[in-house]
Design a protein around this ligand. Structure first.
Ligand SMILES: [Cu+2]
Length: 467
């Protein structure tokens, strides 16, 4: 029998799933320079009823930006939307003033305005970009794209790469967006999941595979609120990494849950008989109060195993990367309680979410000194799960049952707590942390952290937080 590395993927294997590639306009092989324009573009999701999507360069998702380890990335951005926006580069370790948070790291980019983002691809991995202003609405309408930083040293055994951007859209039968506050306080509490599921911007696209011929899936959850569970009955997936490149070891599994903002690097080894078509479904995932109740599965991706003779899968290495545990000898401890309160205001009953009881707009910054290591004890006593995301730094989850890996987004299930360790060893500035259910973030579950540089006191000047 032929081996997986002896044959190509089936003809047209990714035709329905290939992302638009960002065009590199710079001839220097070590610089990736792209132009991005945010604008409203009609995209046909419901046949015959175009949706006025918010897009980068007219595509949904936005273009895939691809760089290799060590490249410089330059993005010339223009805002042609009717509202101010910005771009946050989710997971990238970049200078603070490139982090794309209006009010903290840059001014909002007004309609017609431009901004040049420039940073280095320091870490191989799967990343993504999206606005950081009015995020639930702007991401919900389609503003997101992927960014892959390749490591030329990666094993060939991982297979041919396929980037999968999972998202959904809150549109009605005629392709029009539902109101941003649809569902009122319940929409805020549960987070608004869109009615239409998309994989790389398509409804139920078809992927072609050959039995035994591996594919490396870089999966990104770009949804505003939805959790995804990647599972295929009778198939084994090999998780090789996640947010920030490879994990310490590969792991065979049959279920990988991705919370909003999170990524997974998976080797998929097709094991269906030639000629089989199976449907990968969206399967409801427990994320707190009633989230599993009466929820049907939904079709997401078709996988056709072509009628070609099977090949022997390549062996995936078990040891992938050395990940040294963060030294906790002089670490300081911080406590973050994720909180939800119902408040009666002059607008009526409102859901106010926060951290340590304070919504973002009333919050004081957490503080750190350059070079400091901190342990954050994150507690979630609420009835809902919250995907926690920290900007600008990778952290290590303190849990011996997990395979070591660098993370920037992690689920904190309802009625649970976890500890993360992070080293603020460089790049002082003001960094965000927040729940990545964007309806929760907009309801106040965000905070900011001031990392004071050398000779600076860890005491931040007052800034007016954008609500
Ligand atoms: Cu949340």
């Amino acid at each position: 029998m032929l081996g997986a590395l002896d044959v190509e993927q089936p003809a047209g294997w990714n035709d329905e799933l290939e992302l638009v590639a960002a065009v590199d306009v710079n001839p220097d092989p070590d610089i990736v320079e792209v132009e991005l324009e945010a604008a409203i573009t009609d995209i046909e999701i419901v046949p015959g009823a175009p949706t006025p999507a918010w897009t980068y360069n007219g595509s949904l998702p936005g273009p895939l930006i691809r760089a290799k380890l060590g490249d410089k990335i330059i993005v010339r951005f223009k805002n042609s939307l009717p509202e101010a926006t910005s771009i946050h580069w989710h997971g990238m370790r970049l200078p603070n003033h490139m982090d794309g948070v209006p009010g903290l790291t840059q001014k909002p980019i007004a309609p017609g305005g431009e901004f040049v983002y420039e940073f280095e691809a320091r870490d191989a991995g799967t990343y993504w970009y999206h606005p950081h202003i009015d995020s639930a609405a702007q991401v919900g309408r389609g503003l997101y794209g992927s960014l892959v930083v390749e490591d030329p040293a990666d094993s060939e055994a991982f297979g041919d790469e396929l980037v999968l951007v999972l998202s959904d859209l809150s549109i009605d039968e005629s392709g029009q967006f539902l109101a941003e506050d649809a569902g009122g306080e319940f929409g805020d509490l549960f987070g608004r999941e869109g009615r239409v599921l998309l994989v790389n911007g398509k409804v139920l696209p078809r992927l072609k595979v050959r039995q035994g011929k591996q594919q490396r899936w870089r999966v990104i959850n770009a949804a505003r609120a939805r959790y995804y569970s990647i599972q295929l009955r009778e198939h084994t997936l090999t998780k090789i990494g996640g947010d920030n490149g490879l994990a310490a070891r590969s792991m065979q599994t049959n279920r990988i849950v991705l919370v909003p903002g999170e990524r997974a690097d998976i080797v998929f080894t097709p094991s269906d008989a030639p000629g089989t078509v199976r449907t990968m479904q969206w399967i409801p995932t427990e994320r707190g109060f009633g989230s599993l109740y009466n929820r049907p599965r939904e079709d997401m991706l078709e996988i056709e195993t072509v009628a070609e003779s099977p090949v022997t899968p390549a062996a995936i290495p078990e040891l992938l990367r050395e990940i040294e545990p963060i030294d906790l000898a002089n670490a300081t401890e911080r406590t973050l309680d994720l909180t939800i309160e119902m408040e009666t205001t002059r607008h009526g009953r409102e859901v106010v979410m926060g951290i340590n009881g304070e919504p973002y707009w009333l919050s004081k910054p957490m503080e750190a000194q350059l070079g400091e290591t901190q342990i954050w004890n994150i507690t979630n006593a609420t009835a809902f799960a919250h995907p926690f995301h920290l900007h600008g730094y990778f952290f290590q989850v303190q849990d011996d049952t997990r395979i070591p890996e660098w993370k920037d987004t992690i689920d904190v299930p309802s009625e649970s707590s976890l500890r993360i360790a992070v080293r603020f060893d460089e790049r002082p500035g003001v960094w965000m942390y927040h729940c990545h259910i964007l309806d929760h973030a907009d309801s106040g579950m965000m905070g900011h952290l001031f990392v004071a540089g050398e000779g600076e006191h860890a005491h931040m000047p007052h800034i007016e937080l954008i609500h």
